[in-house]
Design a protein around this ligand. Structure first.
Ligand code: FAD
Length: 298
């Protein structure tokens, strides 16, 4: 299996993940306004130079930045990195989604992370109720490798973990060829989740989502909403360095590196780093594991 390093090359993420080599990817988010496009592109270029196996581009909650997702994904393709464009459906009708699929296809983007998006306060707007509805529609449209989101600690709306796993099975049956996890800070939670998926007969590869923490207040807020557990060891490290940005950054990267090494050592094939458009974080992680993923440090 050849990796996608040359300009303009395309690959399906399901093939990359199953190539048998440790897979490393990074996530970026598009700008909210046009004046920030160049800044985001500069960050993307710097991260692309690390030659990750692929890079994902998020989709603005409510679809507010939808055109920038496609723009940034195309930009990554030009830089020789396989892009994964996120697409959420909670505000969309079928016609709008089909127009976006046609645009992504026209731009040569062939990987989509099919998402529902967070529910608006006023309730559902569009034609789709769940990500599985969107995945099925993309599969019917044809020509894309489709991924979906998963939650090792269950999605906050799920009544219990068994229901959550059943809904993931539905998502896989609807066309998702891989799942990317919500961030987690205790690898045992992921291993337990992978076991439960297998027991339920869900054989779709899972990409482990890792967040190097550089802002304690922000991470505590996000985790309290998403229900992500913060292990005592993690909290002690974060609290100790919360007021020292340089120390916190080092500690956050070291913690994430340790998690990633443990994941690869235990047979996890693919790790996705939520590097929040920060090339130095992506570079540090890349260099810390360059021997493991068999790439030159940069
Ligand atoms: P779904 O898979 O539809 O699940 C939502 C809930 O509905 C779950 O509780 C599930 O168990 C339940 N459910 C699913 N199907 C059924 C059914 N048939 N019947 C009953 N219940 C059902 N948000 C963005 O806005 N933009 C992004 O770019 C983005 N990227 C993300 C990337 C990752 C890796 C992750 C983990 C999340 C991302 N999100 C993003 C957040 C995501 O949109 C929210 O977590 C959202 O609340 C759920 O989206 P989903 O695709 O998992 O939904």
């Amino acid at each position: 299996m050849r990796r996608c390093f040359g300009k303009g090359e395309k690959m399906k993420i399901s093939d990359i993940i199953q190539s048998g080599k440790p897979c490393l990817s990074f996530e970026v988010f598009p700008p909210k306004t046009w004046d920030n496009v160049e800044k985001v592109k500069a960050a993307c270029s710097a991260i692309a130079e690390l030659k990750p196996d692929y890079m994902s581009v998020t989709y603005g909650a409510g679809g507010g930045t939808r055109e920038y997702t496609a723009d940034i994904a195309s930009f990554l393709l030009e830089k020789g990195v396989t892009p994964l464009a996120h697409l959420s459906c909670v505000y969309s009708d079928r016609e709008g989604i089909h127009a976006q699929l046609a645009e992504l296809k026209g731009r040569g983007i062939e990987n989509i992370l099919a998402l529902r998006g967070d529910l608006p306060k006023e309730g559902l707007h569009g034609d789709y109720k769940y990500a599985s509805d969107l995945a099925a529609d993309i599969a019917a449209f044809g020509g894309f490798c489709i991924g979906g989101a998963c939650y090792p600690e269950s999605h906050p709306e799920s009544p219990n973990s068994a229901f959550d796993i059943d809904m993931l099975k539905l998502k896989a049956d609807s066309g998702c060829e891989f799942f990317t996890t919500q961030m987690f800070f205790d690898n045992n939670i992921l291993y337990n989740f992978l076991f439960r998926l297998l027991r339920a007969g869900v054989n779709v590869p899972v990409v482990a989502g890792i967040m190097p923490v550089t802002n304690v207040r922000q991470i505590k807020r996000i985790c309290s909403i998403s229900g992500t557990a913060l292990p005592q060891r993690f909290c002690r490290i974060m609290d100790r360095f919360a007021d020292d940005p340089v120390a916190l950054r080092q500690a956050g990267i070291a913690y994430a590196t340790e998690q990633i090494i443990d994941l690869y050592a235990n047979g996890v094939q693919a790790v996705h780093v939520y590097c929040m458009n920060q090339p130095d974080i992506a570079r540090s992680i890349h260099n810390n594991i360059s021997g493991i993923i068999k790439r030159e440090p940069v």
